[in-house]
Write a protein that binds this ligand. Structure first.
Ligand SMILES: C[S@@+](CC[C@H](N)C(=O)[O-])C[C@H]1O[C@@H](n2cnc3c(N)ncnc32)[C@H](O)[C@@H]1O
Length: 214
């Protein structure tokens, strides 16, 4: 337990409730666990704590509206569980795979899965490449993992035909898409859309690159 971490980091306001829907309670619990232990366990930096709820937890929900209506999801490079744990709590109907190679992050993800009773979640301690030919899902999410051209190379082989990669990106999303154009085409991507999502209505826009596979 980190004595300096704030307790009750979740904000119970109308916007958070609207964004997280029925997942609010579980996500609030997750955020509190992360606030208590995240820094101590090297999962988040100390400067991230004050913005944990808005810039990390709620921000992770930006991809939720682009998820399939049913099926499976792999969150590649889950780290502390962003966005994978948040999405698993928002969408208990989806089968969620958290893909993360680092031991201490995997231990954290497994503990969180137990604490939050996430029975729709499987944690894989591997690099995404190691799952090629072994796992196929309807959607892959990735937040702050790699530049799009490289990310697509290890994520697209996990995407089933007709499925999509949903990559959370910053302001340079369009540039990354232009740079990755040939790679995406080679990997069977037939359509790329960059969605601008203003989660909090404060002008701070998150870009979600949606790359749909043939
Ligand atoms: C900067 S962290 C971001 C973590 C989290 N997605 C977030 O938004 O806070 C990047 C994570 O991607 C993981 N990673 C990097 N390359 C990967 C790969 N090829 N397959 C799976 N995970 C990978 C790293 O271990 C690390 O935990």
């Amino acid at each position: 337990m980190n004595e300096n971490a704030p307790e009750g980091v979740a904000v119970d306001d109308a916007r958070s409730r609207e964004i997280l829907g029925l997942g609010w309670g579980g996500v609030a619990h997750f955020a509190d666990l992360l606030a208590q232990e995240g820094e101590l366990r090297g999962l988040i930096g100390p400067r991230e704590l004050p913005k944990l709820w808005t810039r990390h937890v709620l921000n992770s929900a930006a991809v939720a509206q682009f998820l399939p209506e049913t099926g499976s999801l792999a969150d590649v490079g889950s780290g502390a569980g962003l966005p994978g744990v948040v999405l698993a709590l928002m969408r208990p109907d989806l089968e969620v795979h958290l893909v993360e190679p680092m031991q201490r992050r995997v231990e954290w993800l497994r503990e969180v899965g137990e604490e939050l009773d996430l029975d729709n979640v499987t944690v894989h301690q591997v690099r995404a490449e190691e799952l090629h030919g072994r796992l196929l899902v309807d959607a892959v999410t990735a937040r702050a993992v790699a530049a799009l051209d490289r990310l697509a190379q290890f994520c697209m082989p996990l995407v089933a035909p007709g499925g999509r990669l949903l990559a959370q990106k910053g302001q340079r999303a369009e540039e990354e898409v232009a740079k990755a154009d040939r790679v995406l085409h080679k990997l069977g991507v037939v359509e790329v859309t960059v969605h601008a999502v203003d989660m909090l209505g404060d002008g701070d826009v998150t870009r979600v690159v949606e790359a749909r596979k043939r």
